[in-house]
Design a protein around this ligand. Sequence first.
Ligand code: ZN
Ligand code: ZN
Length: 583
Amino acid sequence: MSKIKVMDENLANKIAAGEVVEKCASIVKELVENSVDAHATEVNIFLREGGIKEISVIDNGLGMDEEDALMAFQRHATSKLYKDDDLFFIDTLGFRGEALPSIASVSLVTLKTSFHECGTYLEIEGGVLRKKENADARQGTIITIQNLFYNTPARLKYLKSEQSELQNCVSFVEKFALAHPEVSFTLQNDDRILVKTSGSGSLHKVIHEIYGLQVSSKMLEIKNSNDDFDLFGYVCKPEILKSNRNHMTVIVNGRVIRNQEINRAINEAYYTYKPDIKYPIVVLRIDTDPTLIDVNIHPTKQDIKITKMDILYDLLLQTIKDVLYQNLLIPDAVLRMPTFNPIKNEVLDSVIAESNDEILPSFQSTFDFQDNSNEKEEETTVVINPEMKKLMLYPVGLAHGTYIIAENEEGVYLIDQHAAQERINYEKNMNALRNKNITTTTLLLPITIELSQSEFLKVQAKEEHLKELGFGLEEFGINTFVFKSHPTWLSEGYEEESIRRILDLIIGGLDNFDPVKFNEKIAITLACKMSIKANMHISHEAQEELLNELCVCDNPYNCPHGRPTIIKFSIYDLERMFKRAMN
Ligand code: ZN
Ligand code: ZN
């Protein structure tokens, strides 16, 4: 290949650079992917000023010979570097072939690489080959990008602040490291090491290296498969939720991807375990037949489309739900081992703005409770609340008319009385709603409810469903329904209010009606309504009864909105806090 050809293509590269090089992280992504494609087991990334000044990647991969090295900077080059059978190879967009020449056209690139005994050194400035020399034959590749956009100042202003570019790079490298536990990664910015993984091959260890002990000790392993998908990974216990979605890492066939449906399935699985505004830490590996994957949209985005999504959705939902259910625990008031994680708090938790995947309201989702197409392995035994079943709690008082203080031999507990009763009522309601033999109560005074025209039509469309639930309703004049009976489980004295709330759920609901979800919403809404509020001084007997009922709940640890119902101070924690125990 000749210098002249490179120059001819330069303009096209500069234009393309605007599309592929959006931020420093997209350069890091390209270089690091090349390293891993070249079978590197160690990849070290060095940034200066968040990558704006310099990005340098050093790997111990296979390297390139002189011809390949030159080809890599040629537009539409297809070198050995890019595998045709790679399922994410985007042939029509030619992205993998274009990224390096594009980057080179707007920066100063130096490359030192070797293949067998042949070492090559290249210097390319603004897309023009300035220097080509022989170099030593050290294994691997060192590539450095400097002065990004020096020749296209208009582009330079599209880069974000140093801090924001850095956050994106850190976030990318962390996720990439999670996708490649067998490769050791280091990311250093100026003098600080921000990411360091050992390449041990263990996903749990990478989670530990990235998130620290406090998180890694609270991750639950998930594993499941059916004819089309193999799932493996870790999901966090509901006690360590994050306030943004950036910690849900999904890896499909080895690539970090983004897919709203998968995120929705994960969130759905945490339904009633977490508040809507909190998000779990999840690292999920999905392996599947490449023909079920469709890379769509822009190549620098990681969105993909999956055929048979409904099957994957159900598999994910059920697998995560099961593992959360089997691991229900009372959150400790005192986190035993607070570890200092220098990177996390400062840099990463503010990346929220960067994640733009939207999670739709859970009400809209559709799933069914029909038999799971995948057979469960025989040895999985479901243990139900071993911790709670043996728990005997004795109330010793009520604080602020809100928190029941209770004790047993193991420690002291605080119980949120509203949240606890909400849980109890929610489970009662759910059981009643699931019951096929509905008993109904006839109202002595029928309840008439007048609606607007549009509201009336919405309720009319769901009339059958309401009848199935045990509501005896009839149309009565203009835009009016009369209720003559209701299912017995509605709490006495709250009949009209309960009916109105159920109608509100129908009126405010979305178009694709899901009866299962709808019933769950009813159960939650009425449970909240029926429960004692905070600031109500309930009697000692009432406290006792509440605790007894809570202990037999299916999930006694969260209210249906995902807030905790009970918090534990173990004797050990108390002794430590009062310095009675010294370790
Ligand atoms: Zn409530
Ligand atoms: Zn609640």
